[in-house]
Design a protein around this ligand. Structure first.
Ligand code: PRP
Length: 215
């Protein structure tokens, strides 16, 4: 029996683009395009089994070996620091982690800064590197509301187009770190299924260069 490679794909916004990267790399799985609510799809010919999971869960599947490889945002990798290998930058899902606040916000460094975020670990590390004392307010979504209701002074969140900030009268003050989607691998799978994983990684890297050249 052939060994299958289990691949965790992020369901949602980036999903289609991510699958296309694997398809272009020669690891297609036509049944994935059927319009149904199935979550697992396989193409035994190519030895691949894809499954859709919540984007922030991809690294959990990969770290524990339920998936051999997967695609995760750099934001999730920095926030949760999973014990996985980061094999490639896919150059999609590009955005940045940024500090934003109301337009009239002025930082009073004599006071503890109240920061609302979903990314507490990234935020703590960022302000520790600046030597700035903060009070973290951990939220799970709609972070943009926090400064408007004076729950926080600033927020640390993902900014892609900037529309969400603009529509809530907030603006970016500092960029914390640029973000994009990464190919990650389980450490032991990388050893035992190395040939197949490397084949996929190489094809993805090659296509990335071709895409760059055709821009
Ligand atoms: C992110 C982020 C912002 C928005 C920024 O949320 O939290 O709300 O995208 O994008 P923009 O700059 O293009 O407006 P996402 O849609 O990923 O969902 P979430 O609320 O679950 O984080």
């Amino acid at each position: 029996m052939k060994t299958m490679l289990n691949i965790a794909l992020p369901k949602g916004r980036l999903g289609e683009k991510v699958y296309k990267i694997f398809e272009d790399a020669g690891f297609e799985c036509p049944s994935i395009k059927e319009n149904n609510r199935k979550l697992i799809f396989e193409n035994p010919e190519k030895c691949v089994r894809y499954f859709w999971v919540k984007p922030s869960d991809v690294s959990i599947y990969v770290e524990r070996g339920a998936a051999d490889i997967g695609i995760a945002g750099k934001d999730i990798l920095l926030e949760y620091e999973p014990d996985v290998y980061e094999l490639a930058d896919l150059d999609i899902g590009k955005c940045r982690m940024a500090v934003a606040a109301k337009k009239d916000f002025r930082d009073d460094t004599s006071k503890t800064l109240r920061v609302a975020t979903k990314f507490s670990n990234i935020t703590k590390k960022y302000y520790a590197s600046l030597g700035r004392k903060i009070d973290i307010i951990h939220l799970n979504g709609s972070i943009e509301i926090a400064p408007i209701l004076d729950l926080s002074d600033v927020i640390v969140d993902i900014v892609e187009t900037g529309t969400t900030l603009k529509e809530n009268n907030l603006e970016v003050f500092e960029t914390v770190v640029p973000i994009s989607a990464r190919l990650i691998a389980n450490k032991s799978s990388f050893k035992f299924k190395n040939e197949l994983i490397e084949k996929i990684r190489e094809a993805i890297e090659r296509n990335k260069i071709l895409r760059e050249e055709n821009k």
